[in-house]
Design a protein around this ligand. Structure first.
Ligand code: XBP
Ligand code: MG
Length: 240
């Protein structure tokens, strides 16, 4: 698609967003570029556990294809063929330490919302549009990020939240989005999902939900052909 046509589509997409009965936001990479903070938290947890593991950006970019921090640790351990393999309990403990560290890093350094995210949230609230979160990460991580970015009352902005451990299968399985549709009692066609990764795009698409794709640092080159629209930033869209 030519740049001009893409720009026209993006600028005209605001009405499509405004007409949706609900906007369902992914968190990591979509609301904020959090994955570098996650990566630092993983590495700090490995060092606290005296594991000589370190995930550089290239390694983490590959591991991010695995949704879920616990699943990511297991995938890496399997690849490393560490003996004995870490038990479920050890992985859960390592992930608990990582989650604690993530909250510390966010509380001290914050992680700003991506351009246009807060403006879209505020405009949606002003028109009483329903807002929701469907994410692979944990509720603790959502709270850490949004209590800094939106204030302590952030949860009042969202009618429903479905997090990674609420469902049997994480993205790209549609579980989080199917549970969200049930929570909202809405047909998929009346919603828009806002996502940043192919895993997220597939999860929402498999639930029948149209997707607005906002490219993020780690997934910039992901195939997003199933998306209704793909932009670099929400600010490209003329938001009513
Ligand atoms: C992104 C993920 C998460 C985060 C790390 O979630 O896949 O696993 O990378 O958080 P989404 P956890 O894009 O769906 O918001 O360590 O809590 O999994
Ligand atoms: Mg994401």
């Amino acid at each position: 698609m030519s740049e001009t046509l893409a720009a026209v589509r993006a600028s005209g997409f605001g009405d499509v967003i405004a007409r949706a009965h609900a906007l369902i936001f992914d968190v990591d990479g979509t609301m904020a570029e959090t994955e570098e903070v996650h990566r630092r938290a993983f590495n700090d947890a490995f060092s606290r556990a005296r594991l000589n593991w370190y995930w550089d950006q290239a390694t983490y970019g590959q591991l991010l294809r695995v949704a879920g921090g616990k699943e990511r640790i297991r995938a890496f351990a399997m690849r490393k063929r560490t003996m004995p393999l870490l038990s479920h309990r050890e992985i859960a403990e390592l992930h608990r330490i990582k989650t604690e560290r993530y909250a510390e890093l966010i509380a001290t350094g914050g992680c700003p919302l991506r351009p246009g995210v807060e403006a879209l949230l505020r405009k949606a609230r002003r028109r009483s549009q329903r807002l929701a979160i469907a994410t692979t990460t944990s509720r603790a991580n959502i709270d850490a990020l949004l209590s800094v970015a939106l204030g302590e009352d952030w949860a009042e902005w969202f009618e429903a939240i479905v997090a990674g451990d609420d469902v049997p299968a994480k993205k790209p399985a549609p579980d989080v989005y199917l549970m969200m549709l049930a929570r909202l009692s809405l047909p998929a066609s009346r919603c828009i999902a806002i996502e940043d990764s192919r895993n997220g795009l597939l999860a929402a698409s498999r639930a029948g939900i149209p997707v607005l794709f906002t490219r993020s640092a780690y997934f910039r080159d992901d195939d997003c052909s199933e998306a209704l629209l793909a932009v670099d930033e929400l600010t490209e869209i003329g938001l009513p």
